[in-house]
Ligand binder design. Sequence first.
Ligand SMILES: [Zn+2]
Length: 53
Amino acid sequence: MAERNIQTLVCGECKSKNYHYQAGKKRADKTKVEVSKYCRPCKKHTPHKEAKS
Ligand SMILES: [Zn+2]
């Protein structure tokens, strides 16, 4: 099994899984990732959060 830590970014408004990224070496458990990304379903920028795996 690959030890890649793939995270998913979910739109905060429509819950679409729009983005994937590979997490770094360290994982800060208490740090919530929130990034403003363009969401196609919403047709605008929305705050995207890291999905729980
Ligand atoms: Zn959206």
